[in-house]
Design a protein around this ligand. Structure first.
Ligand SMILES: NC(=O)c1ccc[n+]([C@@H]2O[C@H](COP(=O)([O-])OP(=O)(O)OC[C@H]3O[C@@H](n4cnc5c(N)ncnc54)[C@H](OP(=O)(O)O)[C@@H]3O)[C@@H](O)[C@H]2O)c1
Length: 387
């Protein structure tokens, strides 16, 4: 059976490329964060696997890379926004570089043993024209796409010298319509022609495809290379005039506070679930040295180090007396707390306080696992035994 993997295939150009491959008789494995909308693909022509480039399942990827029937890999997952650099939170910088560059390179590495073999393997990545020249007011996006463009240009030489005819195709278009990139809807009629061209270049084992190159972008790139500074100034003014600037904060900051004494799997589950619902998780650790009126087992500094070492946590701080005071400092969008706090006087007060601040309080049911109080009891019993 002919099989292809499209990462980002639920929407936009990834969807149109998947559709093209299905029409050519391929079974398409779509890896994306969201399942494709109903009726986009004919039944029995594709499979879907949840896949997030911010938290990649490398084993899943490896299982596809090892499937000899798969001979096509197209990576279209990616995003960006037009905004001056001061409007990006550090978390958004990390996320955009991860999705558009680091994770994309990691995926290519997992498939690289297939790519560098002599058997045909067709592989392509969506870059962007922004990766081939300066792009003021999209500096972060340009940096992430430049990484991918330079990588592909370089590694294709390694492939050539290594003797395989396979290449990685860099597809670097300017703005196109019919995708969800700028908040629109999937429109196959607007994407079909571009997808058809991309697939043609993919199966020709080309290394670079810039749509509308001869008509438009050859001259644009020449202008840029002749005078990058002048070009940059012009591009800046053009973007400002286009009305596409999006200076809103795009990351969701989450906050939760706790004592985290005797760190256990319940704590871990809480942190993981919180991070699944925000882009940047701040954890306030209680300073008191007391836990429900009792001494903590672990000193504050050590508890902070343990929490900070958890991969779901982006920042550890000393908690404030009230979580609402912590909002004055961190301006978080979501406050996470165990569901048994719902309806308490304190959280009713918070609900009232956050009403006009756009903060959502998320109550989590406590998950399975040994609790701190059970661990405390066991330790205290054992200490008594020793005495
Ligand atoms: N549209 C343009 O004008 C344009 C121009 C040049 C280059 N490009 C590039 O072309 C590619 C495709 O863009 P498009 O216009 O087709 O956009 P799109 O309609 O938004 O499709 C992108 C797909 O990638 C997925 N994705 C984003 N982040 C992900 C993550 N962390 N893990 C897994 N999947 C993720 C999106 O899922 P969600 O919907 O869940 O976010 C979406 O399904 C991007 O790399 C983009 O940079 C686009």
């Amino acid at each position: 059976m002919l099989k292809a993997v499209v990462i980002g295939g639920s929407n936009g150009i990834g969807y149109a490329i998947s559709k093209n491959l299905i029409n050519k008789g391929y079974w398409v494995d779509i890896l994306d964060r969201n399942i494709p909308e109903e009726n986009l693909f004919p039944e029995g022509s594709f499979s879907y696997e949840y896949f997030d480039l911010l938290n990649m399942d490398e084993d899943l990827l490896r299982s596809f890379a090892e499937d000899p029937e798969i001979t096509v890999l197209m990576i279209t997952a990616g995003y960006g926004r037009i905004a001056d650099f001061e409007y990006f939170h550090t978390a958004e910088i990390k996320n955009m570089m991860t999705v558009n560059a680091t994770a994309t390179l990691q995926i290519l590495r997992v498939f690289y043993d297939r790519i560098r073999k002599n058997e045909p393997f067709y592989c392509g990545v969506m870059g962007s024209i922004a990766g081939l020249m300066s792009s003021p007011s999209a500096a972060l996006y340009a940096a992430s796409k430049a990484a991918i463009c330079r990588f592909i240009e370089s590694v294709n030489i390694e492939l050539e010298v290594g003797g395989t005819r396979n290449r990685i195709l860099n597809v670097s278009p300017a703005t196109f319509k019919g995708s969800r990139f700028y908040g629109g809807q999937n429109q196959l009629d607007l994407l079909k022609e571009l997808a058809d061209e991309i697939v043609k270049h993919l199966f020709s084992a080309d290394s670079l495809f810039i749509p509308q190159y001869e008509e438009t972008f050859k001259a644009v790139l020449e202008r840029y290379h002749n005078d990058p500074h002048e070009y940059g100034l012009h591009s800046y003014q053009y973007k400002k005039a286009s009305g596409r600037l999006d200076n809103n904060r795009r990351v969701r900051i989450g906050y939760l506070s706790g004592t985290f004494d005797l760190f256990h799997v319940g704590h871990l589950n809480l942190l993981r679930r919180a991070k699944q619902q925000c882009d940047y998780l701040i954890v306030g650790v209680h300073d008191s040295g007391k836990w429900k009126g009792k001494e903590t087992f672990i000193p504050l500094e050590e508890r902070k180090q343990i929490v900070a070492a958890c991969k779901y946590v982006d920042k550890v701080v000393d908690s404030c007396r009230e979580d609402s005071d912590a909002w004055d400092i961190w301006h978080y969008d979501r406050l996470f707390v165990g569901s048994d706090y719902q309806g308490t006087e304190r959280f009713n007060r918070y609900e009232e306080y956050f009403k006009d601040k756009g903060v959502e309080i998320i109550y989590f049911p406590y998950t399975q696992g040994t609790s701190s109080s059970q661990i405390r009891k066991t330790i205290l019993m054992k200490t008594d035994d020793v005495k």
